[in-house]
Design a protein around this ligand. Structure first.
Ligand code: AMP
Length: 396
């Protein structure tokens, strides 16, 4: 359980509260195309308003790389947040984030007012956790609330540096929820505990595989990274994604699973094509592929086996698609796993990024117990790492 102070442990009446949110939403022509992250931030913001705080919101958006980029301004977020909250969110349009507009807006605030600062990554120091910008941010408020799980695995000014210069630093409801779900699942799971890992690369999920083998009853591997395992087991994988440098590692993981008594499930059939294209002719292969074929998705036998493996689970964590789900002809494996998760009674936790997108696109979003808002952050959590953004908050 999270041992950090939260917004429930403080009294913000009449105080200026700087809240680091994750408003890193997708934008198209200035319009927000997915507002999940805004909606997810509302409980904390509403609580602080109700308690009579002066609420100063900040966030990054995209990668402006340390300079103002009008197309990455948070202005559209202020507009939409005003609608969602039913009260004005005043936008402080300073290219240097903490500038004259922000300072004047803060001075003019009444209890329960809300303002939003400009994109914190307009400042080059932000991602370097620089002291000067951390102090500037801290100078706006007495209390700091971190509710940005999506950046919790990074030490930046607006989530870590700033905590050194305020009296009180706590976490918000979203952060607390993420840590409670992911933390409970990994450290105190109801068993059987099944983890499903997919996506493109073994190398990006090495530590996750290693850490989870110490915790789970069953580990299921799919997606592009399954081919390194297949190769390790002596199968030919044609032109599939393959990380030669990780073949030994894959073997070690197979050994580790045996030692730990963990059931490690690997694909028994694969949907292959000769081209990386949705309309490429495909076939199902058991065993070795031809030299000019690449694995695009798990096959139907594998999908059925994986669905069966989660049926009686009590906890399931899933990170990474089973195939190239962005192409409809190679989305069946990912769909089958998503459906199996939707149908089980287990606590189901989707670890952000592509898997969250896949579950939502395929229409199973509301059937999952928890869909993390942080891809990289949830992955590092599953690796067993401490997240700097969480560590920086005050202990209870
Ligand atoms: P990751 O960011 O590592 O979770 O990888 C997600 C990406 O893996 C998605 O864009 C998928 O299209 C891709 N992916 C999954 N399976 C395969 C595969 N068999 N071949 C190539 N890419 C894949």
């Amino acid at each position: 359980m999270l041992n950090k102070k939260s917004v429930d442990d403080i009294n913000v009446k009449g105080k200026k509260v700087l809240v680091r949110c994750d408003f890193n939403v997708p934008l198209q022509d200035g319009k927000i195309t997915d507002e999940n992250r805004l909606v997810a931030a509302l409980p904390t913001i509403k609580k602080l308003i109700a308690d009579g705080g002066k609420v100063i919101l900040c966030s990054h958006l995209g990668k402006p790389k340390g300079e103002p980029k009008p197309e990455l301004s948070l202005a559209p977020v202020a507009t939409r947040l005003s609608e969602l909250l039913g009260q004005e969110v005043k936008f402080a349009a300073d290219d240097n984030v903490v500038g004259d507009n922000a300072k004047a807006a803060v001075v003019a605030m009444n209890d329960g007012d809300v303002i939003l600062l400009e994109n914190t990554r307009y400042r080059a120091e932000e991602t370097k956790n620089g002291e000067a910008f951390s102090k500037e941010l801290a100078s706006l408020a007495e209390v700091f609330v971190n509710d940005a799980f999506g950046t919790a695995h990074r030490a930046h000014c607006s989530n870590v540096g700033v905590t050194q210069y305020v009296d009180t630093a706590v976490v918000g409801y979203l952060m607390q929820k993420e840590i409670d779900f992911l933390g409970n699942a990994v450290n105190n799971p109801e068993r059987p505990f099944v983890a499903i890992l997919g996506g493109s690369k073994v190398s990006s999920k090495i530590s996750v595989i290693n850490n989870l083998l110490d915790k789970v009853d069953t580990l299921i591997i799919g997606g592009g990274m399954a081919y390194t395992f297949a190769k390790a087991q002596g199968k030919e994988v044609g032109t599939s994604l393959l990380e030669e440098d990780y073949i030994d590692y894959a073997n070690e993981m197979v050994e580790k699973a045996k030692e730990k008594g963990v059931k490690l499930l690997l694909p028994v059939d694969t949907k292959v094509a000769k081209e990386f294209a949705n309309d490429a002719p495909s076939r199902i292969v058991e065993g070795s592929m031809d030299a000019d074929e690449m694995g695009m998705d798990i096959g139907p036998k594998t999908a059925a086996m994986y669905a069966e493996a989660v049926k009686d689970a009590k906890t399931v964590v899933w990170n990474g698609p089973m195939g190239v789900f962005e192409m409809s002809n190679f989305a069946d494996g990912t769909k089958a796993v998503a459906k199996a998760l939707a149908d089980t009674d287990a606590t189901t936790i989707i670890g952000g990024g592509d898997s969250a997108a896949a579950v939502n696109i395929l229409g199973f979003g509301d059937k999952m117990t928890h869909i993390s808002t942080g891809g990289g952050a949830s992955l590092e959590f599953l690796e067993g790492k401490e997240l700097p953004g969480v560590v920086a908050a005050n202990d209870k």
